[in-house]
Write a protein that binds this ligand. Structure first.
Ligand code: GDP
Length: 451
Protein backbone atom coordinates (compact mmCIF):
# COMPACT_ATOMS: atom_id res chain seq x y z
CA UNK A 1 0.00 0.00 0.00
CA UNK A 2 1.46 3.33 -0.97
CA UNK A 3 0.36 5.74 1.66
CA UNK A 4 3.71 7.28 2.38
CA UNK A 5 3.63 10.64 0.69
CA UNK A 6 -0.07 11.11 0.35
CA UNK A 7 -2.03 13.45 2.49
CA UNK A 8 -4.97 12.02 4.32
CA UNK A 9 -8.53 13.24 4.31
CA UNK A 10 -10.84 11.81 6.93
CA UNK A 11 -14.53 11.60 6.13
CA UNK A 12 -16.51 11.86 9.33
CA UNK A 13 -20.17 12.16 10.19
CA UNK A 14 -23.07 10.46 11.87
CA UNK A 15 -24.29 7.12 10.49
CA UNK A 16 -26.72 7.35 7.60
CA UNK A 17 -25.79 10.80 6.40
CA UNK A 18 -24.54 9.25 3.17
CA UNK A 19 -20.86 8.84 3.85
CA UNK A 20 -20.53 5.49 2.11
CA UNK A 21 -22.20 6.80 -1.00
CA UNK A 22 -19.88 9.78 -1.10
CA UNK A 23 -16.84 7.68 -0.30
CA UNK A 24 -17.59 5.26 -3.14
CA UNK A 25 -18.23 8.11 -5.51
CA UNK A 26 -14.97 9.84 -4.66
CA UNK A 27 -12.72 6.84 -4.88
CA UNK A 28 -14.49 5.81 -8.09
CA UNK A 29 -13.38 2.48 -9.41
CA UNK A 30 -10.35 2.42 -7.22
CA UNK A 31 -10.08 -0.32 -4.72
CA UNK A 32 -11.17 0.39 -1.19
CA UNK A 33 -9.21 -1.31 1.53
CA UNK A 34 -11.30 -2.57 4.38
CA UNK A 35 -9.93 -2.74 7.84
CA UNK A 36 -12.18 -4.13 10.52
CA UNK A 37 -12.67 -2.19 13.71
CA UNK A 38 -12.03 -4.70 16.42
CA UNK A 39 -15.01 -5.79 18.43
CA UNK A 40 -17.51 -4.65 15.85
CA UNK A 41 -18.84 -5.90 12.60
CA UNK A 42 -18.02 -2.61 10.99
CA UNK A 43 -15.26 -1.94 8.59
CA UNK A 44 -13.47 1.23 7.95
CA UNK A 45 -12.37 1.94 4.47
CA UNK A 46 -9.71 3.87 2.80
CA UNK A 47 -8.79 4.44 -0.78
CA UNK A 48 -6.92 6.81 -3.02
CA UNK A 49 -8.57 9.70 -4.77
CA UNK A 50 -7.09 11.36 -7.81
CA UNK A 51 -8.37 14.82 -8.70
CA UNK A 52 -6.71 17.46 -10.85
CA UNK A 53 -3.46 15.53 -10.74
CA UNK A 54 -3.52 15.65 -6.95
CA UNK A 55 -3.74 12.39 -5.13
CA UNK A 56 -4.80 11.89 -1.54
CA UNK A 57 -5.94 9.15 0.81
CA UNK A 58 -9.55 9.19 1.81
CA UNK A 59 -10.51 7.43 5.02
CA UNK A 60 -14.13 6.66 5.69
CA UNK A 61 -14.37 6.82 9.43
CA UNK A 62 -17.02 4.93 11.36
CA UNK A 63 -20.11 6.94 12.27
CA UNK A 64 -19.81 9.42 15.06
CA UNK A 65 -22.52 8.98 17.64
CA UNK A 66 -23.43 11.39 20.36
CA UNK A 67 -23.17 10.20 23.92
CA UNK A 68 -21.42 6.93 23.25
CA UNK A 69 -22.26 4.38 25.85
CA UNK A 70 -21.02 0.89 25.17
CA UNK A 71 -17.42 -0.14 25.04
CA UNK A 72 -17.74 -0.85 21.37
CA UNK A 73 -19.05 2.67 20.85
CA UNK A 74 -16.11 4.01 22.76
CA UNK A 75 -13.71 2.01 20.65
CA UNK A 76 -15.27 3.38 17.54
CA UNK A 77 -14.98 6.81 19.05
CA UNK A 78 -11.28 6.20 19.70
CA UNK A 79 -10.91 5.16 16.09
CA UNK A 80 -12.64 8.33 14.96
CA UNK A 81 -10.37 10.46 17.08
CA UNK A 82 -7.35 8.61 15.83
CA UNK A 83 -8.39 9.17 12.24
CA UNK A 84 -9.01 12.85 12.90
CA UNK A 85 -5.61 13.23 14.51
CA UNK A 86 -3.91 11.59 11.60
CA UNK A 87 -5.77 13.49 8.95
CA UNK A 88 -4.48 16.52 7.12
CA UNK A 89 -8.02 17.61 6.42
CA UNK A 90 -11.43 16.60 7.67
CA UNK A 91 -14.57 16.41 5.61
CA UNK A 92 -17.48 16.52 8.02
CA UNK A 93 -20.57 15.25 6.34
CA UNK A 94 -24.02 16.33 7.48
CA UNK A 95 -27.52 15.75 6.19
CA UNK A 96 -29.45 18.83 5.07
CA UNK A 97 -32.75 17.21 5.88
CA UNK A 98 -31.70 16.75 9.47
CA UNK A 99 -30.03 20.07 10.04
CA UNK A 100 -30.77 20.79 13.64
CA UNK A 101 -29.09 17.70 14.91
CA UNK A 102 -27.58 17.81 18.37
CA UNK A 103 -24.93 15.19 17.56
CA UNK A 104 -23.72 17.26 14.60
CA UNK A 105 -23.38 20.26 16.85
CA UNK A 106 -21.33 18.23 19.29
CA UNK A 107 -19.04 17.07 16.53
CA UNK A 108 -18.71 20.64 15.29
CA UNK A 109 -17.71 21.75 18.79
CA UNK A 110 -15.04 19.08 18.80
CA UNK A 111 -13.76 20.04 15.39
CA UNK A 112 -13.57 23.69 16.39
CA UNK A 113 -11.13 22.77 19.13
CA UNK A 114 -8.62 21.10 16.90
CA UNK A 115 -6.17 22.84 14.70
CA UNK A 116 -7.21 21.28 11.43
CA UNK A 117 -8.91 22.39 8.32
CA UNK A 118 -12.47 21.23 8.04
CA UNK A 119 -14.87 21.22 5.15
CA UNK A 120 -18.53 20.59 5.84
CA UNK A 121 -20.16 18.61 3.08
CA UNK A 122 -23.90 19.15 3.29
CA UNK A 123 -25.52 16.17 1.71
CA UNK A 124 -28.92 15.93 0.07
CA UNK A 125 -28.70 19.61 -0.82
CA UNK A 126 -29.70 19.09 -4.40
CA UNK A 127 -32.48 21.64 -4.59
CA UNK A 128 -31.26 25.14 -5.04
CA UNK A 129 -33.87 26.65 -2.68
CA UNK A 130 -32.16 24.77 0.07
CA UNK A 131 -28.97 26.74 -0.29
CA UNK A 132 -29.99 29.45 2.16
CA UNK A 133 -30.33 26.76 4.76
CA UNK A 134 -26.60 26.31 4.57
CA UNK A 135 -26.26 29.27 6.90
CA UNK A 136 -27.29 26.86 9.56
CA UNK A 137 -24.09 24.95 9.00
CA UNK A 138 -21.96 28.02 8.56
CA UNK A 139 -22.68 28.71 12.19
CA UNK A 140 -20.81 25.52 13.04
CA UNK A 141 -17.51 27.32 12.86
CA UNK A 142 -15.01 28.82 10.55
CA UNK A 143 -15.41 25.97 8.12
CA UNK A 144 -15.95 25.92 4.42
CA UNK A 145 -19.44 24.64 3.59
CA UNK A 146 -20.07 22.80 0.34
CA UNK A 147 -23.52 21.56 -0.61
CA UNK A 148 -23.51 18.25 -2.46
CA UNK A 149 -25.65 15.36 -3.47
CA UNK A 150 -23.76 12.15 -2.91
CA UNK A 151 -26.38 10.10 -4.73
CA UNK A 152 -26.57 12.11 -7.92
CA UNK A 153 -22.97 13.26 -7.72
CA UNK A 154 -24.04 16.86 -8.02
CA UNK A 155 -21.40 19.30 -6.78
CA UNK A 156 -19.01 16.55 -5.74
CA UNK A 157 -16.53 18.15 -8.15
CA UNK A 158 -16.80 21.35 -6.11
CA UNK A 159 -16.14 19.38 -2.99
CA UNK A 160 -13.04 17.80 -4.54
CA UNK A 161 -11.87 21.22 -5.69
CA UNK A 162 -12.24 22.50 -2.16
CA UNK A 163 -10.41 19.50 -0.72
CA UNK A 164 -7.50 19.79 -3.12
CA UNK A 165 -7.22 23.56 -2.61
CA UNK A 166 -7.10 23.14 1.15
CA UNK A 167 -4.55 20.33 0.93
CA UNK A 168 -2.29 22.26 -1.36
CA UNK A 169 -2.40 25.50 0.62
CA UNK A 170 -1.90 23.80 3.94
CA UNK A 171 1.85 23.74 3.74
CA UNK A 172 3.15 25.49 6.78
CA UNK A 173 2.29 23.34 9.71
CA UNK A 174 3.66 24.44 13.08
CA UNK A 175 5.86 21.35 13.13
CA UNK A 176 7.76 22.44 10.07
CA UNK A 177 8.25 25.93 11.44
CA UNK A 178 9.55 24.71 14.75
CA UNK A 179 11.95 22.38 13.07
CA UNK A 180 14.03 25.46 12.42
CA UNK A 181 14.69 25.67 16.12
CA UNK A 182 18.18 24.27 16.08
CA UNK A 183 18.13 22.22 19.25
CA UNK A 184 14.64 20.77 18.78
CA UNK A 185 14.50 17.18 17.64
CA UNK A 186 11.22 15.82 16.35
CA UNK A 187 11.25 12.16 17.23
CA UNK A 188 8.89 9.40 16.20
CA UNK A 189 8.64 6.00 17.85
CA UNK A 190 7.33 3.45 15.42
CA UNK A 191 7.02 -0.30 15.12
CA UNK A 192 4.52 -3.08 15.07
CA UNK A 193 1.93 -3.49 17.82
CA UNK A 194 3.17 -5.04 21.06
CA UNK A 195 6.85 -4.43 20.48
CA UNK A 196 6.79 -2.06 23.46
CA UNK A 197 6.40 1.43 22.03
CA UNK A 198 4.01 2.70 24.66
CA UNK A 199 6.06 1.09 27.42
CA UNK A 200 9.10 2.90 26.08
CA UNK A 201 7.24 6.19 25.99
CA UNK A 202 6.00 5.70 29.52
CA UNK A 203 9.49 4.88 30.76
CA UNK A 204 10.85 8.01 29.13
CA UNK A 205 8.04 10.05 30.64
CA UNK A 206 8.66 8.49 34.01
CA UNK A 207 12.27 9.57 33.94
CA UNK A 208 11.95 12.96 32.38
CA UNK A 209 10.12 16.01 33.46
CA UNK A 210 8.11 16.04 30.29
CA UNK A 211 5.77 18.71 29.19
CA UNK A 212 2.68 17.56 27.46
CA UNK A 213 2.39 20.48 25.20
CA UNK A 214 -0.79 22.47 25.07
CA UNK A 215 0.69 25.57 23.50
CA UNK A 216 -2.08 26.26 21.06
CA UNK A 217 -4.68 24.34 22.98
CA UNK A 218 -5.19 22.04 20.07
CA UNK A 219 -5.73 18.35 20.20
CA UNK A 220 -2.60 17.69 18.25
CA UNK A 221 -0.41 19.76 20.50
CA UNK A 222 -1.85 18.23 23.60
CA UNK A 223 -0.61 14.93 22.35
CA UNK A 224 2.93 16.12 21.76
CA UNK A 225 5.40 15.39 24.49
CA UNK A 226 8.42 17.61 24.95
CA UNK A 227 11.36 17.00 27.26
CA UNK A 228 15.01 17.86 27.57
CA UNK A 229 17.81 15.43 27.20
CA UNK A 230 21.35 16.71 27.41
CA UNK A 231 21.30 20.03 25.54
CA UNK A 232 18.54 18.98 23.21
CA UNK A 233 14.83 19.44 23.34
CA UNK A 234 13.11 16.33 22.11
CA UNK A 235 9.55 16.28 20.95
CA UNK A 236 7.73 13.03 20.52
CA UNK A 237 4.68 13.97 18.62
CA UNK A 238 1.44 12.18 17.98
CA UNK A 239 1.73 10.13 21.11
CA UNK A 240 -1.99 9.36 21.23
CA UNK A 241 -1.58 6.03 19.53
CA UNK A 242 1.22 5.13 21.88
CA UNK A 243 -0.40 6.08 25.11
CA UNK A 244 -3.75 4.41 24.81
CA UNK A 245 -3.78 1.01 26.25
CA UNK A 246 -6.06 -1.98 25.99
CA UNK A 247 -6.35 -4.65 23.41
CA UNK A 248 -9.39 -3.65 21.44
CA UNK A 249 -8.32 -0.09 21.20
CA UNK A 250 -4.89 -1.22 20.12
CA UNK A 251 -6.41 -3.18 17.25
CA UNK A 252 -8.30 -0.12 16.20
CA UNK A 253 -5.08 1.81 16.17
CA UNK A 254 -3.35 -0.97 14.31
CA UNK A 255 -5.77 -0.55 11.46
CA UNK A 256 -4.36 2.90 11.05
CA UNK A 257 -0.78 2.05 11.62
CA UNK A 258 0.22 2.38 7.98
CA UNK A 259 -1.16 5.89 7.91
CA UNK A 260 0.26 6.69 11.31
CA UNK A 261 3.68 5.47 10.29
CA UNK A 262 3.59 7.49 7.10
CA UNK A 263 2.67 10.57 9.07
CA UNK A 264 5.29 9.93 11.70
CA UNK A 265 7.91 9.61 9.02
CA UNK A 266 6.83 12.82 7.38
CA UNK A 267 6.92 14.90 10.53
CA UNK A 268 10.01 13.66 12.28
CA UNK A 269 13.74 14.05 11.89
CA UNK A 270 14.72 11.03 13.89
CA UNK A 271 12.85 7.76 14.03
CA UNK A 272 13.20 4.96 16.54
CA UNK A 273 12.02 1.69 15.08
CA UNK A 274 11.25 -0.69 17.91
CA UNK A 275 11.43 -4.43 17.39
CA UNK A 276 10.95 -7.34 19.76
CA UNK A 277 14.22 -9.09 20.62
CA UNK A 278 12.74 -12.55 20.30
CA UNK A 279 10.88 -11.91 17.08
CA UNK A 280 13.56 -9.96 15.29
CA UNK A 281 12.91 -8.04 12.10
CA UNK A 282 9.85 -8.65 9.97
CA UNK A 283 9.33 -7.63 6.36
CA UNK A 284 7.29 -4.59 7.40
CA UNK A 285 10.17 -3.32 9.52
CA UNK A 286 12.59 -3.58 6.63
CA UNK A 287 10.17 -1.69 4.44
CA UNK A 288 9.81 1.10 6.99
CA UNK A 289 13.57 1.35 7.39
CA UNK A 290 13.93 1.64 3.63
CA UNK A 291 11.33 4.39 3.56
CA UNK A 292 12.91 6.25 6.45
CA UNK A 293 16.25 6.14 4.69
CA UNK A 294 14.74 7.38 1.45
CA UNK A 295 13.06 10.25 3.29
CA UNK A 296 16.38 11.20 4.84
CA UNK A 297 15.35 10.52 8.43
CA UNK A 298 17.78 9.75 11.18
CA UNK A 299 17.14 6.16 12.19
CA UNK A 300 17.81 4.06 15.27
CA UNK A 301 16.84 0.46 15.73
CA UNK A 302 15.78 -0.39 19.28
CA UNK A 303 15.78 -4.09 20.08
CA UNK A 304 13.39 -4.30 23.01
CA UNK A 305 12.56 -6.79 25.78
CA UNK A 306 16.13 -7.94 26.32
CA UNK A 307 15.08 -8.79 29.88
CA UNK A 308 13.25 -11.76 28.41
CA UNK A 309 16.35 -13.15 26.73
CA UNK A 310 17.32 -16.26 28.65
CA UNK A 311 20.62 -16.93 26.91
CA UNK A 312 23.90 -15.24 27.56
CA UNK A 313 23.13 -11.64 26.72
CA UNK A 314 26.47 -10.85 25.11
CA UNK A 315 26.21 -13.82 22.87
CA UNK A 316 22.66 -12.89 22.00
CA UNK A 317 23.65 -9.34 21.12
CA UNK A 318 26.57 -10.40 18.96
CA UNK A 319 24.43 -12.88 17.06
CA UNK A 320 21.61 -10.40 16.64
CA UNK A 321 23.98 -7.78 15.28
CA UNK A 322 25.43 -10.27 12.79
CA UNK A 323 21.98 -11.20 11.64
CA UNK A 324 20.86 -7.58 11.35
CA UNK A 325 23.93 -6.73 9.37
CA UNK A 326 22.96 -9.31 6.78
CA UNK A 327 19.31 -8.37 6.73
CA UNK A 328 19.97 -4.65 6.64
CA UNK A 329 23.02 -4.49 4.44
CA UNK A 330 21.52 -1.46 2.70
CA UNK A 331 21.88 0.55 5.92
CA UNK A 332 25.27 -0.39 7.30
CA UNK A 333 25.34 2.81 9.35
CA UNK A 334 22.23 1.98 11.37
CA UNK A 335 22.81 2.17 15.13
CA UNK A 336 21.27 -0.65 17.12
CA UNK A 337 20.45 -0.23 20.80
CA UNK A 338 19.36 -3.16 22.97
CA UNK A 339 16.85 -2.05 25.57
CA UNK A 340 14.33 -3.16 28.09
CA UNK A 341 11.62 -0.56 27.90
CA UNK A 342 9.98 -2.17 30.89
CA UNK A 343 12.99 -2.10 33.20
CA UNK A 344 14.44 1.05 31.73
CA UNK A 345 17.68 -0.66 30.74
CA UNK A 346 19.58 1.36 28.16
CA UNK A 347 16.75 3.80 27.63
CA UNK A 348 19.17 6.61 28.45
CA UNK A 349 21.64 5.34 25.87
CA UNK A 350 18.82 5.25 23.39
CA UNK A 351 18.08 8.92 24.05
CA UNK A 352 21.80 9.72 23.83
CA UNK A 353 21.74 8.04 20.49
CA UNK A 354 18.77 10.17 19.39
CA UNK A 355 20.75 13.32 20.13
CA UNK A 356 23.82 11.94 18.40
CA UNK A 357 21.93 10.88 15.31
CA UNK A 358 20.28 14.26 15.11
CA UNK A 359 23.71 15.89 15.30
CA UNK A 360 25.06 13.51 12.69
CA UNK A 361 22.19 14.42 10.43
CA UNK A 362 23.33 18.04 10.66
CA UNK A 363 26.93 17.22 9.76
CA UNK A 364 28.72 19.84 7.69
CA UNK A 365 31.87 18.68 5.98
CA UNK A 366 34.51 21.25 5.12
CA UNK A 367 35.35 21.65 1.46
CA UNK A 368 38.97 20.85 2.16
CA UNK A 369 38.00 17.50 3.61
CA UNK A 370 35.74 16.74 0.69
CA UNK A 371 38.55 17.55 -1.75
CA UNK A 372 40.83 15.20 0.09
CA UNK A 373 38.24 12.43 0.27
CA UNK A 374 37.53 12.68 -3.44
CA UNK A 375 41.19 12.67 -4.31
CA UNK A 376 41.71 9.61 -2.20
CA UNK A 377 38.65 7.84 -3.63
CA UNK A 378 39.84 8.55 -7.16
CA UNK A 379 43.23 7.09 -6.41
CA UNK A 380 41.78 3.89 -5.12
CA UNK A 381 38.89 3.60 -7.54
CA UNK A 382 39.92 3.97 -11.12
CA UNK A 383 36.31 4.24 -12.28
CA UNK A 384 35.88 7.49 -10.42
CA UNK A 385 38.34 9.23 -12.75
CA UNK A 386 35.53 11.25 -14.30
CA UNK A 387 34.66 12.80 -10.97
CA UNK A 388 35.62 16.47 -10.91
CA UNK A 389 34.55 17.79 -7.57
CA UNK A 390 32.52 16.99 -4.54
CA UNK A 391 30.62 19.66 -2.63
CA UNK A 392 28.08 19.63 0.17
CA UNK A 393 24.87 21.34 -0.84
CA UNK A 394 22.85 20.89 2.32
CA UNK A 395 22.74 19.29 5.67
CA UNK A 396 20.00 17.90 7.82
CA UNK A 397 20.25 15.41 6.10
CA UNK A 398 23.59 15.83 4.35
CA UNK A 399 23.31 16.16 0.59
CA UNK A 400 26.43 16.22 -1.51
CA UNK A 401 26.92 16.86 -5.17
CA UNK A 402 29.40 15.02 -7.28
CA UNK A 403 30.30 16.86 -10.45
CA UNK A 404 31.57 14.70 -13.21
CA UNK A 405 32.63 14.85 -16.82
CA UNK A 406 31.90 12.33 -19.54
CA UNK A 407 29.97 9.26 -18.39
CA UNK A 408 27.81 9.32 -15.36
CA UNK A 409 29.42 7.46 -12.48
CA UNK A 410 27.83 4.12 -11.82
CA UNK A 411 25.77 3.48 -8.72
CA UNK A 412 28.48 1.27 -7.24
CA UNK A 413 30.98 4.11 -7.55
CA UNK A 414 28.63 6.44 -5.72
CA UNK A 415 28.28 3.89 -3.01
CA UNK A 416 32.03 3.56 -2.87
CA UNK A 417 32.36 7.30 -2.49
CA UNK A 418 29.73 7.33 0.23
CA UNK A 419 31.75 4.73 2.11
CA UNK A 420 34.85 6.87 1.75
CA UNK A 421 33.02 9.88 3.17
CA UNK A 422 31.71 7.74 5.99
CA UNK A 423 35.18 6.37 6.74
CA UNK A 424 36.08 9.87 7.89
CA UNK A 425 32.63 11.15 8.87
CA UNK A 426 30.63 8.11 9.92
CA UNK A 427 27.36 10.02 10.44
CA UNK A 428 25.97 7.05 12.28
CA UNK A 429 22.20 6.82 11.99
CA UNK A 430 21.96 9.47 9.30
CA UNK A 431 21.26 8.88 5.64
CA UNK A 432 23.25 10.93 3.18
CA UNK A 433 22.72 11.57 -0.49
CA UNK A 434 25.08 12.19 -3.37
CA UNK A 435 23.50 14.00 -6.28
CA UNK A 436 25.18 13.92 -9.64
CA UNK A 437 25.86 16.89 -11.85
CA UNK A 438 27.34 16.65 -15.28
CA UNK A 439 29.85 19.38 -16.06
CA UNK A 440 30.68 17.81 -19.39
CA UNK A 441 31.10 21.01 -21.40
CA UNK A 442 34.29 22.09 -19.69
CA UNK A 443 35.67 18.68 -19.87
CA UNK A 444 37.68 18.95 -23.09
CA UNK A 445 39.47 22.14 -22.22
CA UNK A 446 40.23 21.01 -18.70
CA UNK A 447 41.48 17.68 -19.85
CA UNK A 448 43.80 19.09 -22.42
CA UNK A 449 45.21 21.65 -20.04
CA UNK A 450 45.96 18.89 -17.61
CA UNK A 451 47.91 16.85 -20.08
P1 GDP B 1 3.11 -1.28 21.73
O1 GDP B 1 1.92 -1.90 21.10
O2 GDP B 1 4.27 -1.33 20.81
O3 GDP B 1 2.87 0.07 22.29
O4 GDP B 1 3.52 -2.27 22.95
P2 GDP B 1 3.28 -2.10 24.51
O5 GDP B 1 4.18 -1.08 25.09
O6 GDP B 1 1.84 -1.99 24.81
O7 GDP B 1 3.85 -3.52 25.02
C1 GDP B 1 3.26 -4.73 24.64
C2 GDP B 1 3.49 -5.74 25.75
O8 GDP B 1 4.88 -5.99 25.90
C3 GDP B 1 2.99 -5.26 27.10
O9 GDP B 1 2.44 -6.36 27.77
C4 GDP B 1 4.25 -4.76 27.78
O10 GDP B 1 4.16 -4.85 29.17
C5 GDP B 1 5.29 -5.71 27.23
N1 GDP B 1 6.62 -5.09 27.19
C6 GDP B 1 6.97 -3.92 26.63
N2 GDP B 1 8.29 -3.68 26.77
C7 GDP B 1 8.79 -4.72 27.46
C8 GDP B 1 10.10 -5.06 27.94
O11 GDP B 1 11.10 -4.35 27.78
N3 GDP B 1 10.22 -6.24 28.59
C9 GDP B 1 9.16 -7.07 28.79
N4 GDP B 1 9.38 -8.20 29.45
N5 GDP B 1 7.92 -6.78 28.38
C10 GDP B 1 7.72 -5.61 27.72
Amino acid sequence: METSNLKTVALVGRPNVGKSTLFNRLIGKREAIETPIAGTTRDRLYGEVLWQSEKFNLVDVAGIEAGTKTEIDRNIQEGVEMAIENADLIVFMVDWSDKDNEADKQVARKLRKINKKVIIAVNKADNIERIEALEEFERFGNFKVVPISAISGKNTGNLLDAIVTELVTKNSSPIVEEEKESNLINLAIIGRPNVGKSTLLNTILGEKRAVVSSEAGTTRDVLDVIFHHKDAKIRIFDTAGLRRRGKIIKDTIESFSALRTARALRNSEVVILVIDAEEGLVAGDVHILGQAKEFGKGIILAVNKIDLVERDIREFMAETLDKLQLELNFIPWLPVVFISAQDGDNVKSLLNQVVKVSENRRTKVEQEDLDRILEFAKESNFQLQNAKSLVQKKNNPPIFELRYTREKPHYTQIRYLENKIRDIFPMEGSPMFIDLLSVGRNQKRKRSSKR
